[in-house]
Design a protein around this ligand. Sequence first.
Ligand code: PAF
Length: 284
Amino acid sequence: MAPAVLDSVAGLRGAVAAWRADGLTVALVPTMGALHDGHMALVRAARAHGGRTVVSLFVNPAQFAPNEDFALYPRNPAEDLAKLAGAGVEAAFMPPVDAIYPPGFATTVHVDGVTAGLESVARPHFFDGVATVVTKLLLQCLPDVALFGEKDYQQLATVRRLAADLDIPCRIEAVPTAREADGLALSSRNVYLSAEERRVAPRLFEVLGWTAAALAQGAKSSYAVANGTAALRAAGFTRIDYLAVCDAETLAPVERVAVPARVLAAAWLGKTRLIDNVPVSPAD
Ligand code: PAF
């Protein structure tokens, strides 16, 4: 069955209230639409909770800088709705921009700490835009659980922080990165890779894996990162924005892994910027 299309906060709250009155739980999957298999993995994880699932599809202008093309961001509502219908999603929340940012809107949610460095260097405006819209979506829907992909790990850490800090009564669930058979993380940007770049692209995940293995065996981060960076260059990555070892919760840089950590990278193949990350556990 096609999902109910809700385009107002009142409509969303009404649907959620009716489900709650029937004793059902609610899972929210926030997206910007243009759904690919990575999004559908979030949807499947949401559906596994057994209650009702809302997928929000909102291209959030606040997370685009003026030089990034908000207007050109892919929008395929008909295809998205067909995918959501196939997955058994009950509601699609598709608000117009002024339902989220009405005239006079003047509030920004800023999260310190986890938003420093990494993606913020290339996109300094990004996490304020994400934190503001995610806070709004969580408060508008008040789901039992909201699901976010580990692929955008710094975003996930930001959302966890804001939900805890603002006492938003909703569990934030992390969903492991969906990958191609050769390890490449699913991303809408993968279509921009040439055949040769596509051949090289899975090396990012491979190098992250080696780096994590070296760290788990007690290597210092500076050493593991230097080796990993050299391996990425040798594989053909044309620019490396970062390869970093960070505390898995705070994202503070760590030199020796003593608590659960994350190795994160952003690297370019020609005109395409790829990001990925893997966990690393402390050495025994
Ligand atoms: O990951 C995304 O698609 C977006 O950043 C999100 C979380 C939906 C907020 O606009």
